[in-house]
Design a protein around this ligand. Structure first.
Ligand code: GDP
Length: 388
């Protein structure tokens, strides 16, 4: 059952909520509402300032991202009539970058070079191979790909052959994918895993905003309890997206945080729990044990929940990132990838490497630091934009 089926008692996205949700005695004490007074970019101080601001969200030009700009006010209702300038809100209201913009470095970097070597009557296949390797496609895959492209004898030419072989590496997917609801109408569960610094927290904030924008109610679980800063950071993103968060004290059992978040979601009838997890290096086996334990907790509290486990991969880490993904996949079984910082690399070939190697779909790509800079990954459109 898709997770977006709406419960009858929920307000429709376009209907404003008139008052804050009542305190729910069934909720664990650790549930935090968005910080009072925090500036919600969806309810800007437009009334006080009729002039359109250049900081206001804009609809992305590309058709890739669901525009988050028109997010309904699902959680917080009473916006302050005036709020002092808040840099957090400035970032949150940053316009979304398009896929074209996010891929600019890659397109003008290794793809441009690739096309040079593929052009003309006599393609320079050795250089093509090296360029693919330099673009993070990976050595074995690049050799194989060039071999197949050469044998293909594509009527459209060498560039067309390479393009077709690259496309073939991307796994087929349903573009309308959404996290699955647990059986018995429980919330969908998203576990966000990956190494620290790859963009996990930012991605959680972006995902929360994306789903809130679609009218879903979201609860975040601050299950990276190893770093106090991780909890604080997640709280900032919860405020930006206007969603609730469940947190315990630093050092607490991550499984208990997830358990409480699921309890809160069930009590509230929330649509989705998005859990942050600790991200120390993938070589630390206790981290993997802990993730496995969190998975078990979800199964226990929500039998049959089938949580999505999304691995956050920093596109700038190249083949090293691929090794990380493999380790996490072996340990916890990934169901999807979020490729962050695509805007910061000229080597977007990692997309092909990861899907080719793991056969797991990249679900989203991060193309900037703003809350709206998360795009649903569409393989066809991606290859199109690369070779545009
Ligand atoms: P975490 O330690 O994995 O939770 O990583 P953070 O979410 O704190 O992100 C680390 C840094 O990466 C921050 O400076 C983010 O702003 C930045 N970042 C995250 N995603 C993106 C992205 O898609 N593009 C760019 N350019 N920066 C990003």
């Amino acid at each position: 059952m898709p997770f977006w089926r709406r419960r009858p008692e929920e307000p429709r996205p376009e209907e404003p909520v008139d008052s804050p949700p009542p305190a729910d005695p069934a909720l664990p004490a650790s549930v935090e509402s968005p910080t009072p007074g925090s500036h919600d970019p969806r309810t800007p101080d437009a009334a006080a300032d009729p002039e359109p601001s250049p900081l206001e969200p804009t609809t992305p030009a590309s058709g890739f991202a669901a525009p988050v700009a028109a997010m309904p006010d699902a959680v917080e209702s009473e916006a302050p009539s005036y709020a002092p300038f808040d840099p957090t809100a400035f970032l949150a209201a940053a316009p979304a970058h398009t896929l074209d913009q996010g891929l600019e470095r890659t397109r003008t970097g290794f793809i441009t070079q690739l096309r040079e070597f593929l052009g003309g009557d006599d393609p320079r296949w050795d250089d093509v191979e090296e360029t693919l390797i330099a673009g993070d496609v990976g050595a074995a895959l690049a050799i194989d790909l060039v071999d197949r492209a050469r044998r293909r004898r594509e009527p459209g030419g060498a560039e067309e052959a390479v393009r077709a072989e690259l496309s073939a590496l991307l796994v087929p997917r349903d573009l309308d994918w959404a996290p699955r609801l647990a059986t018995e109408g429980g919330p969908a569960v998203l576990l966000i895993v990956g190494v620290n610094g790859t963009g996990k927290t930012t991605t959680i904030g972006k995902l929360a905003a994306l789903y809130v924008g679609q009218g879903r109610s979201i609860i975040l679980a601050a299950a990276d309890t190893f770093r106090a800063a991780a909890i604080d950071q997640l709280r900032i993103w919860a405020d930006r997206a206007g969603v609730q968060m469940v947190a315990h004290a630093p050092g607490a059992d991550p499984g208990a945080v997830v358990y409480d978040a699921l309890d809160a979601a069930i009590a509230r009838g929330a649509d989705m729990v998005i859990a942050d997890t600790a991200g120390r290096l993938h070589t630390k086996s206790n981290l993997m044990d802990e993730l496995t334990k969190v998975r078990r907790i979800v199964d226990k509290r929500l039998p049959g929940a089938q949580p999505e486990t999304l691995f956050v991969l920093d596109a700038t880490t190249g083949q090293n990132g691929l090794a990380q993904a493999k380790a996490f996949h072996d340990a916890v079984g990934l169901t999807g990838i979020v490729l962050t910082k695509l805007d910061s690399t000229a080597k977007g070939g990692i997309v092909f490497a990861i899907e080719g190697a793991l056969k797991i779909p990249v679900r989203f790509v991060g193309v900037g630091e703003g809350i709206n800079d998360l795009l649903v990954f569409d393989p066809e459109a991606f290859v199109e934009a690369l070779f545009a």
